[in-house]
Design a protein around this ligand. Structure first.
Ligand code: NAD
Length: 429
């Protein structure tokens, strides 16, 4: 019920891990410009999308639920590079200088706090703005202090922590991640193999009552230990891996093949990408984390066990190639081998010349605003209704992830209607 959602009074601190990165600086610049009326928040569900209410009235989502106002957001965060958000955005070369200059003064005031970083988790990165820590537990303590200090200094009512930092190396789920007690023990014993820096950020956020959003494919909060912790402290977690480009296309095309009962033999996806993200992903251990995230989509949508004649033998391959000249302007190719009536083959080629951070920025903002809303609505644990925004939606062992974009969209709308005590309209919305 709407009365049960606390109002979005006061300032919302948005602390971004990787605040000097391409996605972070693009999101921050666009938000600052939008709130001054200097840019439109294109691509943002929270700012532009409408839903139908029970009586068929169509309303902006932000008029249905009490979302934080863009004007009430204060940005901050951590990065291993010390440059302020303006200089970092200039380096990222996503936005033009003239667009950055619209909010130059505000960007220059955003200076990264020292990062919780371990070189073994992102070997291609070398920065200097790094905390000296005695252990993983010390990392957590220092991050908690950062969050508290930021909240006081900026007079924030609430905080959300967003991971928009580099992808960490792949690690499988191990004993240390299976319960909160085991995770805390590993942190205190300084088990640097099982506890990643991102887990320390997430733990610190949750311990401070701040929702945590994972924008990369890191294991991080996708563990029973973190699910347990988020429920214990009554704080939402969301993720993982922003669904921005190629996977977005996949989760639209695959449901179309399935709805039409067309078969698929193979799906080859490749990309060229030249930003720092691409450079980090050029390391096989970091790429593995991304690959696992990208590969899970198709099988889930096709359900080969139900439709073996159509999807029993799909060859799925994903490649990411680091190619510096392209910077943030990724080019993605998909070749899809499909078959129809009497098994006759057809091919579909998709060539998406996208801008990675332009697509990811509104997703990051929406995840932050929806998680802040969820917290005020008393929700905690994995926010599966936010799967819409994620390449690899988190789910516990009892549930299946949902990848189909249209089913995911329905989950967003249903959750929002439920929050305000409304049912679905009687016809398709
Ligand atoms: N751009 C997209 O479309 C997209 C889509 C899905 C996921 N992602 C993920 O989002 C993340 C950010 O992407 P990007 O293009 O902005 O990358 P980026 O390399 O431009 O930015 C990442 C930033 O994180 C910083 N960083 C790394 N480790 C850190 C740590 N431990 N603490 C603090 N800062 C740290 C780096 O210094 C860098 O400034 C990546 O993990 C990427 O895989 C991006």
């Amino acid at each position: 019920m709407k009365e049960d959602i606390k109002p979005a009074d006061g300032r919302l601190g948005v602390l971004v891990v990787g605040v000097g990165g391409a996605v972070a600086t693009t999101m921050i610049t666009g938000t600052l410009a939008a709130r001054k009326g200097l840019a439109k928040p294109i691509g943002s569900i929270t700012q532009l999308a409408t839903i139908r209410m029970e009586n068929n009235d169509e309303k902006l989502i932000k008029d249905v639920v009490p979302l934080a106002n863009l004007g009430d957001i204060v940005f901050g965060g951590w990065d291993i590079f010390p440059e302020n958000a303006y200089d970092a955005a200039m380096y990222a070369e996503v936005l033009k200088e003239k667009d950055l200059n619209l909010v130059k003064d505000e960007l220059q005031t955003i200076k990264p706090m020292a990062a919780a970083f371990d070189h073994n988790w992102a070997k291609r990165l070398n920065g200097t703005n790094i905390k000296k820590v005695a252990s993983r537990w010390d990392m957590v303590e220092q991050l908690r202090q950062d969050i508290r200090d930021f909240k006081v200094a900026n007079k924030c009512e609430r905080i959300v922590v967003l991971w928009a930092a580099s992808t960490e190396i792949y690690i499988p789920l191990s004993e240390e991640h299976k319960s909160l007690a085991a995770l805390e023990k590993a942190m205190k014993e300084n088990n640097t193999k099982a506890v990643s820096p991102s887990m320390c950020y997430a733990y610190a956020a949750l311990a401070e009552g701040a929702p945590f959003v994972m924008g990369a494919p890191n294991l991080c909060v996708d563990t029973p230990a973190m699910w347990e912790f988020s429920k214990k402290v009554n704080v939402p977690i969301a993720g993982k891996d922003f669904k921005s480009g190629q996977t977005l296309m996949k989760t639209v095309l695959a449901p179309m093949f399935k709805t039409r009962m067309l078969g698929v033999n193979g799906w080859f996806s490749t990309n060229i990408l030249g930003n720092r993200d691409g450079e980090v992903l050029d390391d096989p251990d970091n790429f593995k984390t991304k690959e696992v995230s990208k590969l899970s989509v198709i099988d889930n949508i096709f359900e080969p066990e139900k439709y073996p004649d159509l999807y029993g033998n799909v060859y799925h391959k994903v490649r990411i190639n680091y190619y510096p000249p392209r910077k943030d302007n990724k080019e993605a190719w998909d070749n899809i081998d499909i078959f129809g009536w009497m098994g006759y083959p057809m091919e579909i080629k998709v060539n998406f010349l996208c801008r990675d951070s332009i697509l990811a920025a509104p997703i990051a903002l929406d995840l932050v605003l929806f998680c802040d809303l969820a917290k005020r609505a008393g929700m905690c644990g994995i926010q599966t209704w936010l799967s819409f925004f994620c390449k690899s939606p988190m789910h516990d062992f009892e549930h299946q992830p949902v990848h189909d974009l249209f089913t995911q969209w329905r989950m967003v709308k249903e959750t929002i209607r439920t929050m305000v005590g409304e049912k679905s309209p009687s016809y398709l919305d």
